[in-house]
Design a protein around this ligand. Structure first.
Ligand SMILES: [Zn+2]
Length: 143
C-alpha cells in the first residue's frame, strides 16, 4: 500500500481510540504496513478496532496479525470451494454450470453455498449421494 493508504488505516484506528497522530506515527505505520495489500489492511484495521482483546492502543503488529488471519481465511475458503466441486475438471472452462443461474459453479456464491449445505446433509463431498444430488439439484455439465 502507499503512504496515503497506510495513513487512512491509522486514521481509522486513531478515530476509534482517540489517540493523537503525528508525522512520526504516520511514518512508522507506513513502514510497517507498506508491504501489505490495502484492501486487506483496512479490513484488518476494522477487525482490530472491534476486537475486545486488543482495545488499548493497537499497534501495526496487531493489524499485521489480522492481515495474516484474513489471508488464512481466504485460503481456507478457496480450498473449501475447490473441495466442494465433486469432479475437478482439468480445465476451468469444463466446470459444471449451476442450474439456477447457468454460471460456472465455482463463481456462483449462492450455488456454492447450496453445494456446501448439500455436503452437510449427504454425508460429505466424497459420498456418492452428494455427487448424485449435486448434479440433480445444483449443477449440470456444460454441453
Ligand atoms: Zn448459481
Amino acid at each position: 500500500m502507499n503512504r496515503l493508504q497506510s495513513s487512512a488505516i491509522i486514521d481509522l484506528i486513531a478515530g476509534a481510540d482517540g489517540r493523537e497522530t503525528t508525522e512520526q506515527i504516520y511514518a512508522a505505520w507506513f513502514i510497517a504496513l507498506q508491504p501489505f495489500d490495502y484492501k486487506l489492511g483496512i479490513e484488518a484495521a476494522s477487525l482490530v478496532i472491534r476486537d475486545d482483546k486488543l482495545n488499548r492502543n493497537p499497534q501495526p503488529k496487531d493489524v499485521i496479525a489480522k492481515i495474516g488471519e484474513l489471508k488464512e481465511k481466504q485460503e481456507t475458503d478457496l480450498n473449501r470451494a475447490r473441495a466442494l466441486e465433486p469432479a475437478p475438471p482439468s480445465k476451468g472452462v469444463d466446470q459444471p454450470l449451476c442450474r439456477a443461474h447457468n454460471q460456472q459453479i465455482m463463481f456462483c456464491k449462492p450455488c456454492m453455498d447450496k453445494a456446501h449445505q448439500l455436503s452437510k446433509v449427504t454425508g460429505g463431498i466424497d459420498s456418492p449421494e452428494y455427487h448424485t444430488e449435486f448434479y440433480n439439484l445444483v449443477a449440470h455439465r456444460p454441453t
